[in-house]
Ligand binder design. Structure first.
Ligand code: ADP
Ligand code: MG
Length: 298
């Protein structure tokens, strides 16, 4: 394999951005620049291999712009971004950057190209020149991994949104990326589809050690993340573990976000002197804690 470009750094991080800036130019009908939009404004992010990272932010906060940088679809206006040690602004790295991070987008219908599920999943590796035997093996493995193997001969058109997204994820898995970026990939799904896609992603992270960047504006989706970056107006406004981030009610509000319902409920219970832990993020855990409290008769 050809060596990637010379500009290697990033200190062993899968993703490392330093003072990353992205500006779009607004143009009139004649193509003259009429304004500059600073969509990313000095972002520092570090993601270690195998991390499950969430990027939270309201509409227009710069999430998709950031996602496009991770996949080499956009390049820094200022600052640097290293993906698996490769400087994305060095054009000799372009192909390697693309292959390192696979992207899942919001609309499941725009991501499926073939008429049969297994052909769709094989499309990426085929484009990469992977030998046929190996493609067949990867397609089978990937479809099993996302729980869609039994649909391999189906037409993608007939699948639900959540199933389509899982096929899209299988297609990315078949290209063996080190990292998967999901940009609001569950936004158009029903609750069941959303849960299945999130479960799939979590499993790929834990089992296959794939680095996950989950971009969303749903707080409920990020409780399982190792670390959260909250974006507001192109900047990282808040970062930390889910517990640390959800505690910052005021800052979240400034970012036009609200803590998950469960966190709000836990807070109210604690205020009412019910001694449960603050970092409870699931219904099951809350019920368990309340039952324990009742049993102990305190
Ligand atoms: P998010 O994904 O969080 O909703 P985006 O990254 O899509 O945010 O957008 C961030 C800002 O950049 C917004 O103000 C948006 O209007 C602007 N923007 C996004 N894409 C373009 C573009 N292609 N040209 C000009 N401005 C853009
Ligand atoms: Mg977006």
């Amino acid at each position: 394999m050809k060596e990637a470009g010379r500009t290697k750094s990033g200190k062993g991080n899968m993703i490392e951005s330093k003072d990353l800036v992205h500006e779009y130019s607004r143009r009139d009908e004649d193509g003259n620049i009429t304004g500059i939009i600073r969509a990313i404004d000095g972002v520092d992010i570090q993601v270690k291999p195998g991390d499950f990272i969430a990027v939270l932010g309201a509409n227009g906060s710069g999430k998709s712009t950031f996602a496009k940088h991770l996949n080499g679809l956009l390049f820094p206006t200022e600052g640097t971004l290293y993906i698996d040690g490769m400087d994305t602004s060095d054009s000799t790295n372009a192909l390697f950057v693309r292959q390192t991070a696979g992207m899942v987008f919001q609309n499941p219908d725009n991501q499926i190209i073939a008429n049969i599920v297994e052909e769709d999943v094989g499309f990426g590796p085929e484009n990469m020149g992977v030998p046929t035997q190996e493609i067949l093996k990867r397609v089978e493995e990937s479809l099993k991994e996302v729980g869609m193997f039994e649909y391999r001969r189906h037409s993608p058109n007939r699948l639900s949104g959540g199933q389509k997204q899982r096929v899209a994820i299988a297609g990315i898995m078949a290209m063996r990326p080190k990292c998967i970026v999901l940009d609001e990939a569950t936004a158009m799904l029903d609750p069941v589809g959303r849960k299945n896609v999130l479960g799939t992603v979590l499993r790929l992270n834990k089992k296959e050690k794939i680095t996950i960047i989950l971009i969303t504006h749903y707080m409920e989706e990020v409780v399982q993340a190792d670390y959260i970056y909250v974006m507001n107006k192109g900047k990282v406004a808040l970062e930390g573990t889910p517990g640390e981030v959800f505690r910052e009610e005021g800052k979240l509000e400034e970012c036009r976000l609200t803590a998950p319902q469960i966190t709000q409920l836990v807070r109210k219970l604690r205020k009412a002197n019910i001694p449960i832990r603050e970092d409870i993020f699931s219904e099951e855990e809350l019920i368990r804690s309340l039952l324990l409290f009742k049993k102990n008769g305190r």
